[in-house]
Design a protein around this ligand. Structure first.
Ligand code: NAD
Ligand code: 6OD
Length: 488
């Protein structure tokens, strides 16, 4: 991969902008510098928003839905045609195993354009024939129009997947976008600009400004008066700041934020499947998945056996670099995040947790010593009100607690400010439905985890988010409904 600096992508062209500021993009595997990245400030954001506004009224806005759909199919094909480049870039930025990104991140990056192109082709509308006092009636119907210029603020954990999850539906609905990717992971978003041009997406429809949040591209973008709506994925604290910015001018927001997700394991589960599912939900992507499990509740009869099985699984994980096809886990995203996660590892010990496995940094040699590695970690023995059980850690770790009754575990699972996801493991389907319906979160998996049909509603309750995206639910956010009533 070239060491050229990463540029912004504005009005169909790559540009360094005028800020003259750069920051370093660091490889978390060994701490080496991947490349410099130009930081965007107000002038770059102004230029990107202005390009998006022009394209909204001009080129993109004057196309038919079918013309846009055909172009979005080409974007999906374009990502697939350059699959290995996207794979290389994503794994360099994040340190995640190629075996993982090959099956999840990159295919979903392409699918997000295809799926929402299909959804918009079948866009739901409504029309009612009304009675009127004169007997002649009226026809009352709704049409959808694009919301306008959409700001897309995305995180680093699944960079291409989560950015395209917003850009796909936004463009399908006829909007134009300005993306601010995470400062930790600018590579695949930058590459997508080339694909957009190759696919024939008109200049100004897709724009990218790199930079940070406060006093940088993120804040300038979300505060910009010509941004009509903001779609955000990231931490709850950041989402709170963005909502304050969105209040000015009454801009709509879609918020996908943090979680502290429970897994509930009943004694009548299929233990092999439960252990395999919980292993994945705790450790995949080095635990950096918003839907991941950090609180595990296991019915007392099988508690010791479950803890033993999960320990065995965690100790069998191959924590290795992205090119190792046998890697199960890579490093964390950055040294800062490593510091945060190791802080929780130290806190758990201080609070008196039993460290079942892990709790430190794995032994690495050579340059890898400088990477953001942490051990897969399991604790037991802490109270539900400890910080380990309350705060999102976003690392490869979980705490396992025993429970006795259904009522008790429902109450404990719901005792959190978050409400993103949960998984329930039982062979008793009545119980699964009964408990599933009582967990206060947006996504409940029964005997599975992260199994998704992209047409269904995705999002969280409480401090995990506002709104739902996915399938037609995305259309609700990315379009404005207009009610037209014609007196006959
Ligand atoms: P983050 O909130 O630190 O950053 C997300 C993005 O917001 C980045 O692009 C960042 O530069 C930008 N940003 C930061 N401050 C800003 C500001 N004041 N104004 C505008 N932009 C600003 O999140 P992260 O650390 O990149 O990602 C991890 C978090 O994301 C975790 O909490 C995780 O649970 C959450 N997440 C949620 C979902 C979901 O679907 N609910 C999905 C993935 C990640
Ligand atoms: O699968 C998705 O569409 C999605 N938004 C996943 C989010 C994962 C969080 O880290």
């Amino acid at each position: 991969m070239s060491k050229d600096p990463i540029l912004h992508f504005i009005n169909g062209e790559y540009t360094a902008g005028t800020s003259g500021k750069v920051f370093q993009n660091i490889n978390p595997v060994d701490g080496s510098v991947i490349c410099d990245v130009y930081e965007g400030l107000k002038p770059e954001v102004d230029a990107a928003v202005s390009a998006a506004k022009n394209a909204l009224k001009g080129t993109w806005g004057s196309m038919t839905t079918d013309e846009r759909v055909q172009i979005l199919y080409k974007v999906a094909d374009g990502i697939n045609a350059r699959f290995d480049e996207f794979l290389e870039a994503e794994c360099k930025d994040t340190g995640k195993p190629k075996s993982l990104a090959r099956h999840i991140d990159i295919p979903r990056g392409a699918a997000n354009f295809k799926i929402f192109a299909d959804v918009i082709k079948n866009e739901p509308t409504e029309a009612f024939s009304m009675a009127t006092p004169d007997g002649k009636g009226a026809l009352n119907y709704t049409i959808r129009s694009p919301k306008g210029v959409i700001a897309v603020i995305s995180p680093w954990n699944l960079p291409l997947l989560l950015m395209t999850w917003k850009v796909g539906p936004a463009l399908a609905c006829g909007n134009t976008v300005v993306v601010k990717p995470s400062e930790e992971t600018p590579l695949t978003t930058s590459l997508l600009g080339e694909v957009m041009n190759e696919a024939g997406v008109p200049a100004g429809v897709f724009n990218v400004v790199n930079g940070f949040g406060p006093e940088s591209a993120g804040a300038y973008l979300t505060e910009h008066a010509d941004v009509d709506a903001i779609t955000f994925t990231g931490e709850t604290r950041t989402g709170t700041a963005i909502m304050k910015a969105a209040a000015e001018g009454m801009r709509d927001v879609s918020m996908e934020m943090g979680g502290k997700n429970p897994a509930i394991i009943f004694a009548d589960c299929d233990l092999d499947k439960a252990v395999e599912g919980v292993m994945r939900s705790v450790f995949i992507n080095c635990g950096q998945v918003c839907l991941g499990t950090e609180r595990v509740y296991v019915q007392r009869e099988i508690f010791d056996e479950f803890v033993g099985r999960l320990k065995q699984g965690a100790e069998g994980l191959n924590v290795s670099h992205p090119d190792d096809e046998k890697a199960n886990m890579g490093p964390l995203i950055s040294m800062d995040h490593q510091k945060k996660v190791l802080g929780y590892y130290a806190l758990a010990k201080k609070l008196g947790a039993n460290v079942i496995t892990g709790g430190g940094v794995p032994e690495k040699t050579g340059d890898y010593k400088n990477g953001a590695w942490v051990e897969p970690t399991i604790w037991t023995g802490l109270d539900d009100d400890s910080a380990i059980m309350r705060e999102e850690i976003f690392g490869p770790c979980c705490h396992i607690s025993p429970f006795d009754t259904e009522e008790e575990v429902i109450e404990r699972a719901n005792d959190t400010v978050y409400g993103l996801a949960c998984s329930i493991w039982t062979e008793n389907l009545s119980k699964a439905h009964r408990v599933g319906g009582q967990i206060d979160c947006g996504l409940t998996w029964i005997n599975s985890w992260f199994l998704r049909d992209l047409r269904t509603a995705f999002g969280g309750s409480k401090q995990s988010g506002i709104g739902r995206e996915g399938g037609v639910h995305s259309l609700e956010f990315y379009t404005e409904l207009r009610n037209i009533c014609v007196k006959l």
